[in-house]
Design a protein around this ligand. Structure first.
Ligand code: ADP
Ligand code: MG
Length: 344
């Protein structure tokens, strides 16, 4: 079950359930991997046009009408188990606001069955740590928000937190090719419950911070990172093995309306476009095995994930779509992004 890392990114589609699912426009093929989208050809200028344009996208899986448990099993578990073996991993949700990214990553935490990938991953990490008594583990959490290329520590409010030192927060390169975020607090956690409490605190800070600055929380990227360190208890000369598991709720990918966007909204959209387009370029370049030319430093998102994408890492992207007819343009754009990640 452990996903052995390859340079390829696994891409799955998840659609948010809706009573108005546009069956005539979105078709999931029986292979469980292909989605076809049919769109009415341009019917502007009052000309009624019933012709359809069609596109097919083949990905690694379609999660339509599936439980949170199944989503975790197909998306999260392999990456989590890989991280416990020492492989860095990243699970990311991508798509327009309202498509179900946060539901997929965090879920409805008050309802056990509807917990998302993050709480299930935390549960599995601590379960495995307990099982694997031949290893000593230490687990830390950090929770980073990226808003308009500014880094925010979502756990800075935790008691005893050292606070950001001089120079502020920054992504810094480490010897050996890794990266870390200077000034981002790392919190030791010894139980699932303690980890969940940090998750709640961070999510609350995301909302409070957005409110205070009058910004829209769907306009930021959030990265919860589980830092895992382990060492064999049986081998006397055992080395420490470290890994990072990044669980990422990306900013909404929706494009701006053609008119009327200005000021803050426009600025947010420009930063999001830039970071998502460099994320795509980084993933494509990684698949090309030309690591030297990967444009990681262009945005904070790719820089912070530099050591956890491609190469020796497990990377899974969930493309969340909202299958109502009125959203078909955004759905197409999300599916195009998703399939470009596969076409390498
Ligand atoms: P996003 O984070 O992409 O903006 P959300 O995760 O907040 O979207 O989802 C929008 C709404 O749809 C929320 O009320 C969420 O509970 C609901 N929702 C999304 N996906 C699902 C799903 N698979 N099953 C049930 N409800 C969902
Ligand atoms: Mg959200």
């Amino acid at each position: 079950m452990i996903a052995h890392p390859g340079s390829e990114v696994r891409v799955l589609i998840r659609s948010r359930p809706t009573a108005n699912f546009a069956q005539e426009l979105i078709e999931y093929l029986p292979d469980g991997q292909t989605v076809s989208v049919h769109q009415r050809k341009d019917s502007r200028k009052g000309v009624v046009n019933n012709q359809l344009s069609s596109w097919s996208f083949r990905l690694d899986g379609v999660l339509h009408d599936v439980s949170q448990e199944e989503v975790y099993g197909r998306v999260g578990r392999g990456v989590v188990l890989g991280a416990l073996e020492g492989y860095n991993g990243t699970v990311m949700c991508f798509g327009q606001t309202g498509a179900g990214k946060t539901y997929t990553m965090t879920g409805a935490t008050e309802n056990y069955k509807q917990r998302g990938i993050i709480p299930r991953a935390l549960q599995e990490v601590f379960h495995e740590v307990e099982q694997r008594s031949d290893h000593a583990f230490s687990v830390h959490l950090s929770f980073l928000e990226i808003y308009n290329e500014t880094l925010v520590d979502l756990l800075a409010s935790v008691r005893g937190c050292p606070g950001v030192g001089p120079g502020g927060m920054a992504v810094v390169e480490e010897a050996g090719g890794g990266v870390s975020v200077r000034g981002l607090s790392l919190h030791p956690v010894h139980s699932e419950e303690a980890a969940l409490n940090l998750l709640f605190e961070g999510e609350m800070n995301r909302i409070i911070g957005a409110h205070a600055l009058n910004k829209n929380s769907s306009r930021s990227h959030c990265i919860l990172t589980v830092h895992i360190e382990s060492r064999s208890r049986t081998l006397s000369d055992a080395k420490y093995v470290t890994s990072k598991l990044n669980l990422v709720d990306l900013a909404g990918s929706e494009r701006l309306g053609k008119t009327g966007s200005e000021g803050q909204v426009l600025k947010e959209a420009m930063y999001i476009n830039k970071s998502l387009s460099f994320l795509e370029q980084a993933i494509l370049a990684l698949a090309d095995r030309r690591r030297d030319h990967v444009p990681f430093r262009q945005t904070k998102l790719t820089h912070a994930l530099k050591d956890s994408l491609g190469g020796n890492c497990n990377t899974v992207l969930v493309a969340n779509i909202y299958g109502e007819a009125s959203q078909i343009e955004e759905t197409l754009s999300t599916l195009r992004f998703a399939s470009r990640m596969k076409c390498v």
